[in-house]
Design a protein around this ligand. Structure first.
Ligand code: GLU
Length: 266
């Protein structure tokens, strides 16, 4: 078994971040099939005795899918309104799919202020524990409709890293639309190689910047490396997998699919 598979197998408390690009199809509309498949794989992890906290993006894209307008509006109030609409759609879909496996879901919407305030952070932790002890799946997103720059986390890679450290998870899995971290941009270089194991996320971050690009082909690789630095500092490894591939989590555990493992030295 490869490192990625072993990390998932060994972890008891797992945060899984699901990106908008994973949930959306080519037109930006949420792919219910993919979402259903991810829910099914998460259920397999739960049946194997693991506790899972989901950090899900997709409020914005679900909002566009539901109301079919405003997607070109740049004004913040329309963007936040779309998230308010889409968050309901997102949770309705999770509720429906998890109920197929007998699970309830609980929604937690957070801002950076909630993590910064020790009292609120304690309540987040207590709510997570209570939900999980009662076999309810917590699903977290940023509270996009109330966020102004001052209290904004901004991206769900960071939100998932903060959640993993707050909950003292054993592992953070980020499901993205890329197979993992490559030694060069795979969209430009056909000989780009997947890096299966990163011993120092900090060093890799410097190399990515030196490459002259903000990322290896996706908008968010820097955010993922930063998330790895954050969780690795708390002894939590991070696994990056391509959530667009069917059965990716199951295949990673079986050792038949690859991704990138960011290891913690602690
Ligand atoms: N919170 C945003 C949403 O649900 C997504 C943020 C992100 O993808 O990083 O639409």
């Amino acid at each position: 078994m490869n490192t990625v598979g072993q990390l998932i197998k060994d972890a008891k408390k797992i945060v899984i971040k699901i990106g908008s690009n994973v949930l959306s199809d080519e037109t930006g509309v949420v792919s219910k099939d993919r979402m259903h498949s991810i829910v099914e794989q998460i259920n397999t992890l739960i049946e194997a005795g693991k506790q899972v906290v989901i950090v899900s993006s997709g409020a914005g894209s679900c909002g566009v899918g539901a109301i079919k307008k405003w997607h070109r509006r740049a004004d913040i109030n329309y963007k936040q309104a779309l998230c308010a609409i889409g968050q309901v759609e997102l949770m309705m879909a999770y509720k429906e799919y998890f109920s197929d496996y007998g699970h309830h879901v609980g929604q937690i919407l957070l801002t950076s202020e909630d993590f910064a305030d020790p009292n609120r952070a304690l309540h987040i932790r207590n709510t997570l524990s209570t939900l999980l002890d009662e076999d309810v799946i917590p699903i977290i997103n940023e509270n996009d409709s109330v966020c102004v720059d001052e209290i904004r986390i901004g991206d769900n890679d960071t939100l998932s890293a903060r959640t993993a450290t707050l909950w003292s998870a054993d592992l953070l899995i980020i499901l993205s639309d890329i197979d993992g971290l490559f030694d060069k941009n795979p969209k430009i270089h056909s000989d780009a190689k997947l890096i299966e194991c990163v011993e120092s996320a900090e060093r890799i971050r410097n190399e990515v910047t030196m490459d002259g690009q903000s990322s290896f082909g996706t908008g968010g690789m820097q955010c993922k490396i930063n998330a790895a630095i954050k969780v690795n500092a708390y002894g939590i490894p991070l696994v990056l997998l391509n959530g667009k591939k069917p059965d990716i989590i199951r295949d990673a555990v079986a050792g038949t699919a690859k991704g990138t493992a960011f290891l913690s030295k602690l």
